[in-house]
Design a protein around this ligand. Sequence first.
Ligand code: HEM
Length: 436
Amino acid sequence: MVHHESSYQPGTAIERWLDQRLPIIRMAADFAAFPTPRNLNYWWTFGGILTFCLAVQIITGIVLAMHYQPNDALAFDSVERIMRDVNWGWLIRYTHAVGASMFFLAAYIHIFRGLYYGSYKAPRELVWILGVMLFLVMIMTAFMGYSLPWGQMSYWAVTVITNLFSSLDSIIDGLGTAIVQWIWGGYSVTGVTLTRLYSLHYLLPFVIAAIVVLHIWAFHITGNNNPTGLDVRQESDTVPFHPYYTIKDGFALALFTLLFAWFVFYAPNYLGHPDNYIRANPLQTPPHIVPEWYFLPFYAILRAIPNKLFGVIAMFASILVLFIVPWLDTSRVRSTKYRPIYKWFFWLFVATCLGLGYLGSKPPEGAYLVWARICTFWYFFHFFVVLPVVGLIEKPKPMPASITESVLGSSEGAAGERGGGGTPEPGGATACPEKR
Ligand code: HEM
C-alpha cells in the first residue's frame, strides 16, 4: 500500500484559493510526484499508450459521427462520402479504423505483461479485475463499431454473433430466439439493429473512460508492480513519476505512433477485410465470415467445439476466466523472471494464443480443426491446471533483496531506507542516482 502524502504547496493566492475549494492542481501535482518503482521496463509504457489510444478513438469517432448516417439505406454511402468528399475524412476514418487494431495490440501486450509479472496478484486483484472489465467493454465497442459501415462483413458478423444467443434454445425452448429477436428489434438484422448498435457504440467509450479512471485510481492505492515483483520497501526503490516516467512513456508513445502512422498512411486496409467494401446484402452470405484479427483466438475456440451451446460457453469462458486468475495462481512469487518452470508454460501459453489466432482465420476443417481443439484444450488447461499446480511445486530462483539491489547490483541504495514504514518522499528517490 502506497501512503503518498501530498507535498504540494500552493504558490500563488489564486492557487491557495482554488486549493481550498477544488484541489485539482494538488491532484495533478500528486499524480506527477507519485512514487513509482525505479526499475519499470518498456512493457510498463503500454498503460499510457492505451490511454492515448482511447483518446484517439473518442476524438476521431466524434468527428466521424458528424458525417456518418446510422441508417441502413445511407450508412454505406455516408462512409464512402467521408472517404471522398469530407475534408480530411479519409484520414479521420483510417485513423479510427487502424486505431481499433492498435488499441487491441496495446491491450494484448498490457495483459500479457500483467500475466508475466504477476501484476494480478495481491494486492492488485481489483486493478486486474477492472482491466478485464475494460477488455470486455472494448470487445463490445469494437464489435459494434465494425457493424457501422454496413458492408458485407459488418452485416454478417452481426448476424453470426447475435445468432449465438439462439443456442440458449437448447436450455429453454424459445428463450434464445426471443433474446435474439429482442436484440435485432425484428426478425432479422435490419436498420433498427443498426441504430441501436450505433447508439451503444457512441456510449461505451465513455464507459471505458470511467472504468479507466477507477483502474488508475486502484493502482495508485496499491502502487505499481515492477519487473522483480518485489514490494517497494524503501525510498530508494522509487522515483517520482514525473519526469522519469513521463519521458519514458513519451518516448515509447512516439515509437508506437510511428507504427500507427505507418499503417494509416501505407497499409490502411491491411488489417481489414476487402468484403467490407461491398454493400451489405442480406440475400448473399460471404463464403468465409471472419472477424477482425483481434477476435480470431476467441472465434477459433467457438468453432473448435462441435456443440453450438458449448462452443458459445467456451468462448465466453475463455475471456471470463481472466477474472479469477488472481485466485488460480498459487505461486508465492509474482514475477515469472524468478519462476524457472512457469516461464516455459508462460511462453507455451503465448504460442497457444497466437496459434488460436491463426486457426481462427482458417476454415474449421481437417488439420486446422484438430489443432484448434488441441489449442482450446491447452488454453483452459493452462488456467485451471498449470497455474494452480506449478505454483505449488516450483522452487523459485534466488531473488534480489530489494528493487534497488536489482538495479544497482548491491544494497548500496538501501542507505536511503526508512525506518518503521514511513512515507516515501518523492524527492528522496531522485537523490538515489547520486548514490550510485
Ligand atoms: C482501456 C484499456 C486500459 C487502459 C487505458 C489501461 C491503463 C493502465 C495504466 C495507465 C496503467 C499503469 C501503467 C502500466 O502499468 O502500464 C495500468 C496498469 C495495469 N493494468 Fe491496465 N489499462 C487498460 C486495460 C487493462 C486490461 C485489459 C488489463 C488486464 C486484463 C489491465 C491490467 C492492468 C494491471 C494489472 C495493471 C497494474 C500493472 C502493474 O503495476 O504491474 N489493464 N493500466
